[in-house]
Design a protein around this ligand. Structure first.
Ligand code: 2RA
Length: 351
């Protein structure tokens, strides 16, 4: 019989994309159960064209479920993912809670599908959206040329911070629209926003007309949690424990689709033509690299699409075996819901 799927966190930014994804991909599922916090329970939402009533998170919602995909805050995952696994569901978790635990695989199906089979706790983690935005492309290049070092700058979309992140950008743009004097004096935008909007932004500075060099929580040494995740998760997924990684994560006024500028050093000599050949052959990567004709990916051209888009591939002048490139990936699709759905399909195919 067909496996039953539960989506936990079905009403959030990722949950909304998740419902769309399971409704439009090959339908391999028996029941699809929607679960959310008690606040959202009782709502009716569409999945596969049918109305489904959202259930409140409780141990009973895992009854008869084969696979449960979680997109909930870290502390909710810490409590409920083991409950789901304890009740016999395979839990696919999008939170940061279990990703680095040695007995929990961290899976990107194009890169390390075999790791999904080793899941002694019944838990599989899916990476942070910033890591995921580049993993399909970097995994393909690593497989042939051996990755040694990554230096990354991210340009992260506001929907990475959930529905509240997108709402804040729209509100700020609306509050500033039409005033052609703003953005010309230090602090002027902050003043306009303080008069017009609440001060509970998910971002530590204005995000409209700005870039904010901070994403996530504070970590020792002045690192942001997103930068640490990018390092640790890349190492684990690629299976290179000593990969050198340094990142600076920046929030930009883009609704959805994270971009990354990547400086990647390989073990072997690699040319732009080599990279084109590898990336053209990679099934979930789209090469958009013809800068002489203005062809390179931007978030507005990528949002809503599944693949990882790569362009601006250059051979670094002053660094051996090194490429510089620009990657865009929809942070809600491959960055979150799609990768989880692909893991679920992989696991379901082997049940
Ligand atoms: C962000 N990567 O973009 C995070 C979401 N987990 O805020």
């Amino acid at each position: 019989s067909r496996p039953n799927l539960a989506l936990i966190g079905a009403t959030g930014a990722v949950g909304t994309v998740m419902r769309d994804i399971v409704s439009t991909r090959d339908d391999i599922w028996g029941e699809i159960r929607l679960v959310a916090s008690p606040r959202s329970a009782g709502k009716t939402l569409k999945v596969r064209g049918e109305d489904v009533v959202v259930q409140a998170l409780a141990p009973e919602v895992f009854e008869g479920i084969d696979i449960a995909i979680f997109d909930v805050p870290d502390e909710v995952a810490a409590e409920w993912v083991p409950i789901a696994a304890g009740r016999g569901a395979i839990a696919i978790d999008k939170s940061g809670t279990f990703r680095m635990e040695p007995d929990v695989p961290l899976v990107v199906p194009e890169v390390n599908p075999q790791d999904a089979r080793q899941r002694p706790r019944g838990i599989i983690s899916t990476p942070n959206c910033t890591t995921l935005s580049m993993m399909a492309a970097m995994g393909a290049l690593h497989a042939e040329y051996g990755l040694k070092e990554l230096v990354v700058a991210s340009y992260q979309a506001v929907s990475g911070a959930g529905v509240a992140g997108s709402a804040r950008l729209y509100d700020e743009v609306e509050a500033l629209a039409g005033d052609r004097s703003v953005g010309q004096t230090a602090g002027d935008v902050r003043k306009v926003l303080a008069n017009k909007l609440s001060d509970d932004s998910p971002f530590p500075a204005p995000i409209a007309f700005n870039v904010v060099p901070w994403a996530g929580s504070y970590k020792d040494g002045g690192w942001a949690s997103e930068e640490i995740k990018l390092r640790n998760e890349s190492r684990k997924i690629l299976g290179i424990p000593d990969l050198k990684v340094s990142a600076t994560c920046v929030r930009v006024p883009v609704v959805t689709t994270h971009s990354l500028a990547v400086h990647a050093r390989f073990e072997r000599d690699i040319t732009v033509a080599d990279a084109h050949r590898v990336l053209e052959a990679a099934p979930s990567v789209v090469l958009m690299d013809d800068p002489a004709n203005g062809v390179y990916p931007t978030p507005l051209d990528v949002v809503g699409n599944d693949p990882t888009y790569v362009g601006r591939i250059r051979q670094a002048f002053d660094f051996p075996n090194t490429l510089d490139l620009f990657v865009c990936g929809d942070n809600l699709r491959k960055g979150a819901a799609l990768n989880a759905a692909e893991i679920a399909e992989l696991v379901a195919s082997e049940l």
